[in-house]
Design a protein around this ligand. Structure first.
Ligand code: NDP
Length: 485
């Protein structure tokens, strides 16, 4: 089947599609076939300038609207996204290769949740009144101004919405750059926001690689940068933003621990470990890829895990029966295969998978290594693929120390029937997003983000409002001013 998902043009600026073919051509490859399905052009300096200028101009009138008016636009956009969920899910699948059994439920729908949630909050963003005797101080929660969003490739619709929704609710404008690997979905988000009544220029999408991101981050018109990406990119973008004293949100990588105690419900623990490693073919930042299993339950865990992996349906992502799709790109597949080879070379025991599939597209099997030790590369570095490392442990203090022995701190999970232990272990985790007897739930109502090298700031929830607004304080004197001379 020949498919075309070619967008009307590469960029969406000032309420319209804009093309400039002078920019480097970026092919869009469908991960399930390896075939090119569309192409866009990287933004030229003129396009970057046009997007920033239109955002700068659009922001003022958007911020002048009441919060309730802004919220109504976002909620209308959420309704449109839900109405078009099927088509948006198909597009997400073409952009990323993730199966429809996922995209129908967690991409446009979670984007719509963010637009609805922050649309609802927009009218409630107020300051406070601070009495000072006969004088008083009042505070005003103001937008930051012009925000830049830069996305990773694993959740292109969700990332665009998770950044746009709180930014716009607070009265900011945004220029968003998707990953060059998945340029299609954010354009649809822009189209829908405009259709819902967002004034032209308030949300713009420009395509490009790292240098377009770099040009956006260093532009003096920009007040805030929100990046979802790897830790090395995060360090570069954070440093570039710091040079201009810009606000940042950094949603970066991880190597999160999932701790399974002997007393855990085995079926739930195995289910949690599957969600924590194989959803989206393992391409999720918060994945619990270091699975610490207490020795008493280890063999039962591996046996049941293997049985359940046998039931994974690997195949055409457009078939709703498929539960495990390809990697996003040839490059990402090769990175994962490289780590699998390292795991074998370092002496970890390959319990399941490990092979590339003999078919078109960038498929590899869900892969499990057991007998992994803390020093192995597959236990230390983020793989961003379907590779689970199972590590044994004896007791609670030991596993807490080992779980925290990482530069990262995005997420952590624990499975146990002992509630006190569950809370005690999670309290000791150096991680931002944690789970007890569950894994990878990310509702918009809950803050999401990491500590240590996994990032700065939080997305979602009321926390995100703090990262897209600033407080002005105003002292009001009722009496005379006393000056020394
Ligand atoms: P990258 O860090 O390679 O890229 C992220 C984005 O930054 C891309 O749009 C990229 O452009 C852009 N970029 C690269 N260099 C620069 C630069 N110098 N200045 C500005 N922008 C730049 O990440 P991936 O796209 O490979 O995504 C995978 C990573 O994202 C993983 O580490 C994963 O953990 C993390 N991630 C974190 C999440 C979280 O919420 N914590 C969620 C999802 C993913 P381009 O690639 O087009 O060149």
């Amino acid at each position: 089947m020949t498919v075309t998902v070619q967008p009307k043009a590469s960029h969406f600026i000032n309420g319209a599609y804009v093309e400039d073919t002078a920019g480097t051509e970026i092919p869009v490859i469908y991960a399930a076939t390896g075939q090119q399905i569309a192409s866009v052009h990287a933004a030229t300096p003129e396009i970057v300038d046009m997007a920033l200028a239109s955002a700068k101009a659009g922001q003022k009138s958007w911020a002048a609207m009441t919060g309730t008016e802004r919220g109504r636009v976002l909620r209308r956009a959420a309704d449109i996204m839900r109405d078009r969920n099927h088509d948006l899910s198909v597009l997400e699948t073409y952009d990323t290769g993730k199966p429809m059994s996922e995209t129908l439920y967690v991409d446009a729908t979670s984007g719509a949740d963010a637009l609805e949630y922050f649309g609802g909050l927009a009218g409630s963003l107020t300051g406070e009144h601070i009495p000072m005797g006969q004088d008083w101080v009042y505070t005003v929660r103001e937008p930051l101004g012009l925000c830049v969003g830069i996305g990773a490739w694993n959740y292109p619709t969700q990332i665009a919405c998770w950044k746009a929704a709180p930014a716009l609710a607070c009265g900011n404008a945004m220029v968003f750059k998707p990953s060059e690997t998945t340029p299609l979905c954010a354009l649809k988000v822009a189209e829908i926001l405009f259709e819902a009544g967002l004034p032209a220029g308030v949300f713009n999408v420009v395509q490009g690689m790292g240098e377009v991101g770099g040009a956006l981050v260093t532009d003096p018109r920009v007040d805030k940068v929100s990046l979802t990406g790897s830790a090395p990119t995060g360090k570069k973008v954070y440093a570039a933003a710091a040079a201009g004293m810009k606000h940042v949100t950094m949603e970066l990588g991880g190597k999160s621990p999932l701790i399974i105690f002997d007393d855990a419900d085995l079926e739930n623990a195995v289910g949690g470990a599957i969600l924590a490693n194989f959803y989206s073919s393992g391409q999720i930042c918060s994945n619990g890829t270091r699975v610490f299993v207490q020795k008493g339950i280890k063999e039962a865990f591996l046996t049941r895990l293997t049985e359940r992996l046998e039931t994974a349906v690997i195949g055409d992502p457009m078939d709703e029966a498929t539960t495990f799709g390809p990697m996003v790109s040839e490059n990402q597949r090769d990175i994962a295969l490289g780590y699998i080879a390292k795991g074998e070379a370092e002496g970890a025991r390959l319990v399941y998978g490990g092979k590339q599939l003999d078919r078109d597209g960038w498929y590899i099997q869900p892969t499990v290594f057991a007998d992994v030790n803390d020093g192995m590369v597959i236990a230390r570095e983020e793989i961003f693929g379907p590779v689970m490392a199972v590590l044994d442990f004896d007791d609670e203090d030991e596993v807490i120390a080992r779980a925290n022995d990482t530069e990262f701190g995005l997420a952590a999970g624990v499975f146990t029937r002992d509630l006190s232990r569950g809370h005690r272990v999670i309290a000791a985790m150096e991680a931002g997003s944690c789970f007890i007897n569950s894994y990878n739930d990310a509702p918009v109502e809950a803050p999401f983000g990491g500590v240590k090298a996994s990032g700065v700031g939080r997305e979602n929830s009321k926390e995100a409002i703090k990262h897209y607004s600033q407080v002005k304080s105003v002292y009001v004197r009722m009496g005379d001013v006393e000056a020394p001379f």
